[in-house]
Design a protein. Structure first.
Length: 144
């Protein structure tokens, strides 16, 4: 987890909004499905959920849940280290808290281009770009 921690700190420097505090919990499919159901009404697992604790425009304080099982499946499918997938999910959650969204096609493209920009800037390279289909993205569902 040290690798993820150090790379997340590097990535935060490239965000366009100040980050005050990030709490990350890595969960399995069962816990993620329960959270997804409770906060989004969907009884399925997902890759990342964000729980913003700060007001819009204020430095970001957020709790983020990322799914180890989903990351493991995607990393195996894309033949890259699971740490890169987990870092992508963490960054995706942070971007949701800094004004990015991925609900429309244009917003989706902008958000994932920003992920790849930041991951390239910290020496990882584009992780999202490797996906075969645009719909196979992190969905970053944030509770309403």
């Amino acid at each position: 987890m040290e690798w993820i921690h150090s790379h997340a700190l590097a990535a935060i420097r490239f965000l366009r909004s100040p980050i005050e505090h990030v709490n990350v919990r890595i969960v399995g499919d069962a816990e993620m499905a329960a959270l997804h159901g409770k906060f989004c009404g969907l009884q399925t697992t997902t890759d990342v959920l964000t729980f913003p604790q700060s007001e819009p425009g204020a430095p970001v304080v957020v709790d983020i849940a990322i799914c180890f099982d989903e990351a493991s499946r995607r990393a195996a499918e894309l033949a890259h280290p699971i740490e890169q997938e987990l870092l992508l999910y963490l960054l995706h959650g942070l971007l949701h808290c800094t004004g990015f969204d991925d609900r429309s096609e244009a917003d989706h493209a902008a958000m994932h281009a920003e992920e790849d920009r930041i991951l390239s800037a910290i020496g990882i390279g584009p992780v999202f770009q490797a996906r075969a289909h645009p719909g196979d993205s992190t969905n970053g569902a944030a509770p309403a």
